[in-house]
Design a protein around this ligand. Structure first.
Ligand SMILES: NC(=O)c1ccc[n+]([C@@H]2O[C@H](COP(=O)([O-])OP(=O)(O)OC[C@H]3O[C@@H](n4cnc5c(N)ncnc54)[C@H](OP(=O)(O)O)[C@@H]3O)[C@@H](O)[C@H]2O)c1
Length: 333
């Protein structure tokens, strides 16, 4: 059987993914003992995977070797299994490859069987997946958001940010989003009911954030860079910064820290990073809570779907140019 897959040929410069990855055709590997074959139906596009494409060895994941198939979360149907616990026909989510089929060891790939009664299975990439877990963990645990506190979320119209905004509301926070452009900001307020939204592409973000009464208690940071500096200048005393992602810095040669780091002392802030694989063992419990909110209509996700494996790079680039709203994914015919 022929399997098309995206191969990482060189380390991409900026957002030039077409020069760095190529679509290959190869024979599907024979399934070995302990493995399953997944017919990928959807691919999840996740900003954090951009770091795997670099050669930095001090990240939270080792670099993906050149010549390897590009990895990412996939959702699809098991078509062959040589391990107990998975059978042909099971719907699963796993770390697989950007390809028609993924051959994986389900333990290493974090494969989970999906409940086919979920109305929209794509939710297993959104509220019921890593983005949902990350948003809940960051708002509730790392950010320790309390009722009535001002929670600011960056990249607020993207997958993780949109969930953090909604969960912040559910948990009683006064939620503000930061996003690129007036349309995204209007959507956040009008459709998702948050208290306010700030367009970071417009001038004077720092001054505008100063309008949040009492300062920012919790910052759910998806971005880093200059926005982090503008937020640090507006944190409340004893505020918390939950560092989820640093998308402004994933393509930088040299990661940079905030220039006004001194505000951590001046305002007695706590800054803490968190990483979803660290709490994967609690995934089932997190999913249960998130599903309750989805079922009650409290948590929603717009899907930005690109059709065709051959168009994967177009979908992926949206994350870094901000041309997406909600969860970016690829649907494979
Ligand atoms: N810690 C974890 O376990 C974990 C898990 C999942 C995701 N994450 C992190 O969460 C963040 C969002 O990831 P995602 O996969 O959900 O993507 P996403 O939010 O759906 O898409 C990325 C968004 O980031 C914004 N953006 C891109 N470059 C930017 C820049 N230079 N400055 C400001 N905003 C920028 C864009 O929106 P605008 O139009 O607003 O610019 C874009 O829509 C990433 O930093 C990712 O690494 C972390």
């Amino acid at each position: 059987m022929v399997n098309r897959f995206w191969r990482l040929d060189t380390r991409p410069a900026g957002n030039d993914f077409a020069a760095a990855l190529s679509l290959q055709h190869g024979a599907l590997a024979e399934v070995q003992d302990g493995e399953i074959v997944i017919r990928n139906r959807w691919l999840s596009m996740d900003a954090g995977t951009r770091m795997w494409m670099t050669d930095r060895t001090d990240g939270y994941q080792p670099p993906l070797p050149l010549g390897a198939p590009m990895m990412g979360l996939v959702l699809g149907e098991v078509i062959a299994s040589r391990t107990a616990g998975f059978a042909a026909g099971d719907l699963v989510r796993a770390f697989g490859t950007w390809s028609d089929y993924s051959v994986v060891d389900p333990v290493m790939a974090g494969a989970v069987k999906l409940d086919p009664s979920v109305a929209d299975l794509r939710d297993y990439f959104g509220p019921l997946g890593m983005n949902g877990w990350t948003a809940l963990w960051g708002v509730e645990r790392t950010g320790a958001t309390q009722t009535g506190e001002a929670l600011v979320v960056s990249a607020a119209a993207g997958a993780t940010g949109l969930l953090a905004c909604q969960i912040g509301r559910i948990l009683g926070g006064e939620v503000y989003g930061i996003a690129g452009g007036t349309e995204k900001c209007a959507m956040l307020v009008d459709q998702f009911g948050i208290a306010g939204a700030f367009d970071y592409r417009a001038p004077k973000l720092r001054e505008r954030l100063a309008g949040i009464d009492g300062g920012i208690d919790v910052y759910f940071d998806n971005v880093g860079g200059p926005i982090l500096e503008d937020v640090l200048a507006n944190m409340a005393l004893y505020g918390r910064v939950a560092v989820c992602g640093l998308i402004a810095e994933y393509t930088a040669d040299q990661p940079r820290g905030p220039a006004n780091f001194d505000q951590v002392l001046m305002r007695r802030l706590r800054i803490e990073g968190f990483f979803s694989p660290d709490f994967m063992d609690q995934g089932a419990a997190l999913t249960d809570r998130l599903r309750g909110w989805v079922d009650r209509g409290l948590l929603a996700m717009p899907y930005d779907v690109t059709a065709g494996l051959e168009n994967t790079l177009t979908a992926y680039a949206k994350l870094f140019t901000g041309s997406n709203v909600g969860k970016v994914m690829v649907e494979i015919d």
